[in-house]
Structures are given as C-alpha cells and as structure tokens.
Design a protein around this ligand. Structure first.
Ligand code: FAD
Length: 392
C-alpha cells in the first residue's frame, strides 16, 4: 500500500526516535533551512566538477541540456566571499599540527570521511550558484548511471564479505540487497545512509520531472510510485539519513552559533538569526540518534577505518557521474553526509576543537535541506495517491 509506505510509523530502526517525531521536527526546521540556502554564503559553492573518474573511463558526455552546470558570474559573487579564502570555518592547518598538510589531490586528512576537493583553497575552482542549478530531472540514465549506483552499493561490501563470490557481490551491486538481516549495525547503517541518499535524489527527480513531449516541469506520480512508493524500505532509509544529519547538526550547534559568517553584514546577521532559530529547534527535540552505540566493541577501530575508507571511495566515485549537474549535487550531498559522519565519529565533545572547511559547512546545510525537502515531497506525493484512490 503506497499510502502507508509513504507514512511509516513507530520507531525508526537504528535510531532512537519515532517517524512522527521526525515529521514534526522537520516541519519546524524546514522554514529555517529554506531561507538559509538562499543566503549568499550558502548558495555559492566551490565544487570541482573536473577532478576526473579514478575508477573507469568515463567521458562525461551527457548530451541532455539539463545536465549542464552554469558557473556563477564573477560579478554576482559577493565581495565578502571572493576574499573569504580563509574564513573562520576553513581548515586551520597552519596552527594545528595534528592536521597533516595535504600533499596531493587525493590525500585524506585522518578525520575525513570524504575526499575534499580543495581543502586549502589552493586551486582555482569556480563558484556555482546552487539556486540557478537546482537538483531535478536531467535525463541522465542508462549504463553510466547504473554503473555509478552499482559501484556505490559495492562499497557496502566490507572485509567480512571478502569471501563472498563475485556473483553475490554483483547481485548486491544494484542496491536493495544490502539490507540483509543479521549484518552488524555499522554495516547496516552504512547501507541505509547510501540508500536514503539515493531515495532523496530519486524523490527530487520525480518531484521536478520534465515532460519531454511538452517541455514542462511537473510532479510525476508514476515515477514516484515505481522508484519509491512501492519500496517502503527506501522511504524509511531516507528518514534514517535525515536523522543522522539532524543529529550531526545538533552536535555542531554551538560551533555554528559561535561562527563568524563570511558574508555581507546584513547576510551575516540573517544567517546568525536563522542558524540560532534552527539550532534552538534541534535542541528542543527529543534524542534522535546515538552515535555512541556504534563502533563499540574491540574490533570497532578497524571497522571504523573501513567504514571511513568505503565512504571516501563513494566520494571519489561521485567524480564518475556522467552528468555535470548530477555530479554537482551528488558531490555536494556526499560531502554533506561525510561531514555529518566526521562530526559524529571524528569530533569529540569540545566545539572549540572543530575544524570544517567552508565547503563542508555549505554541503552539510544544503544536504540537510535536500533531505528535508524530500520528506515534504513524499508527503505531497502521498496526498496525491490518496486523492487518486478516493476518486477511484
Ligand atoms: P536507479 O535510480 O538508477 O537505481 C539503480 C538500481 O538501484 C535500481 O534498479 C534498484 O535496484 C536500486 N535502487 C534504487 N533506489 C534505491 C534505494 N533508494 N535504495 C536502495 N536501492 C535502490 N538523474 C536526474 O535526472 N537528476 C539528477 O539530479 C540525478 N542525480 C544523480 C546523482 C547520482 C550520484 C547518480 C549516480 C545518478 C543521478 N541521476 C540523476 C540518475 C538517476 O539517479 C537514475 O540513475 C536514473 O534516473 C535511472 O533510474 P533507474 O530507475 O534506472 O534506477
């Protein structure tokens, strides 16, 4: 029953709150996020779309018009951002020797769950205005997209699976198979985060679908039914991904509230007000996710490293997405999720010790906004299905 699968109830598996609580929290937080992502600090982002695919030959030719990303005009970027190469949210590598210098493109900082594009701001990466390049249907599909999703789900194969035959791994590659019973919690969490992200991307594709015959944008109910409505797990995984992002933002709250925003004075004031409003809401909600319940036993250090390595690989696989706009949003959302994991599993309790790059903060907030929007879109689709059923 699609109406029911769109509105899961009870406790969210692997979390410590109910679906209904998350819906209430999202109703309260979403308006703040909607406004935050429109501010100049959060709408301009530097994402390297030309890093190249490390895994296979991908010629990055998507001939669909919807795939192109329009870089921001130098003139439209606020002065405060142009000169914000080293803002207070940037890595403070010079003063903290525990953070190693990046020596080459794909080197990782030990704390990171993602391969960041340019953490030291050494390369000329053009800004993109996210509002002018919304995540929506682009027409990207076929072998290239399937290969990327397959490679992403194969990252769910941890060391304990190494004995698995190629067949079983490949069968898992299409997604959905990773939700086996009896797998350890950490591995299940990994799978659910990726699947939740996939669900959110699919939701946006169906919510802003281009009817290629008429050239108009519309909400495509059939698309939603076949990609999400018929798969309750996929919708539940999306709620779970939301919960993990929410928890990371709650933990980051004091850091975000004390941050000096590199933006015009009026924009900075607005951001401060919106961030405070959002954080107050997150603090007043009941516990949602307990990151301390993961990586608890003696083998957990190895498992955590493996988890991190697999997530970093996913961030690198994003460079293989053959459509520029999908690559932009894919990289941004994976960076957002990687930032959330870093906050939860690499950072301690003292916010004064936290270091995040500008791109990480922007990706976290925009990534959270994407999933927040997807939850609201599921509700709209659900109402449509209900209306349809009533007419029948
Ligand atoms: P796909 O979505 O390609 O899924 C492949 C297989 O994965 C399915 O057959 C199913 O077995 C499994 N699966 C599907 N959903 C889930 C889930 N939630 N959890 C677990 N398993 C699942 N297209 C756009 O139009 N706009 C975009 O912005 C866009 N962004 C993209 C970003 C990335 C990173 C990638 C890899 C692709 C993107 N695409 C985008 C393409 C889009 O995601 C689909 O691949 C494409 O629309 C084809 O869809 P499909 O129905 O064949 O299934």
């Amino acid at each position: 029953d699609i109406v029911e699968s769109c509105k899961p109830s009870g406790l969210i598996e692997d979390a410590c709150c109910e679906y209904k609580t998350i819906e209430q929290v999202n109703d309260e937080i979403a308006p703040f996020l909607d406004d935050l992502v429109k501010t100049s600090f959060f709408r301009y982002v530097k994402i390297d779309l030309n890093r190249g695919c490390n895994f296979w030959k991908e010629d990055h030719f998507c001939f669909q018009e919807g795939c192109a990303v329009e870089p921001a005009d130098e003139a439209e970027i606020p002065e405060s951002l142009r000169s914000a190469a080293l803002s207070s949210v940037d890595y403070n590598l010079a003063t903290d020797s525990s953070f190693p210098q990046f020596v080459k493109k794909c080197a990782f900082n030990d704390h990171d769950f993602c391969a960041l594009d340019d953490p030291l701001g050494l390369h000329e990466i053009p800004y993109v205005n996210l509002l002018k390049n919304p995540e929506r249907f682009t027409g990207y599909a076929g072998d290239s997209a399937a290969r990327v999703w397959g490679a992403i789900y194969n990252e769910n194969c941890f060391a304990e699976d190494k004995g698995a035959t190629l067949d079983t791994v490949m069968n898992r590659g299409g997604g959905d198979g990773g939700n086996d019973n009896g797998v350890c919690k950490e591995k299940r969490v990994f799978y659910r985060l990726v699947s939740g992200l996939h669900s959110s991307i699919s939701t946006h594709i169906c919510d802003q679908w281009m009817d290629q015959k008429t050239g108009t944008w519309e909400r495509n109910l059939e698309c939603f039914k076949y990609r999400l409505g018929m798969f309750p797990d996929r919708i539940q995984n999306m709620y779970f991904t939301y919960v993990v992002l929410l928890r990371s933002i709650t933990k980051l709250g004091p850091y975000l509230q004390s941050n000096t925003w590199c933006s015009s004075t009026s924009d900075a004031k607005k951001i401060k007000r919106l961030v405070s409003g959002m954080i107050e809401k997150t603090l007043s909600c009941p516990p949602t996710f307990d990151e301390r319940a993961l990586f608890t036993d003696s083998a957990s250090a190895v498992l955590k490293d493996e988890f991190k390595e697999h997530f970093r690989n996913i961030s690198l696989i994003m460079d293989c997405v053959g459509c520029e706009k999908c690559r932009l949003w894919g990289k941004l959302q994976v960076t957002g999720l990687g930032t959330a994991l870093k906050i939860l599993f690499s950072f301690g309790d003292d916010p004064s010790q936290y270091y995040l790059t500008q791109t990480e903060v922007i990706s976290l907030i925009n990534g959270f906004h994407r999933i927040s929007n997807s939850l609201r879109a599921v509700e709209r689709f659900r109402n449509r299905v209900k209306d349809q059923e009533e007419i029948l």
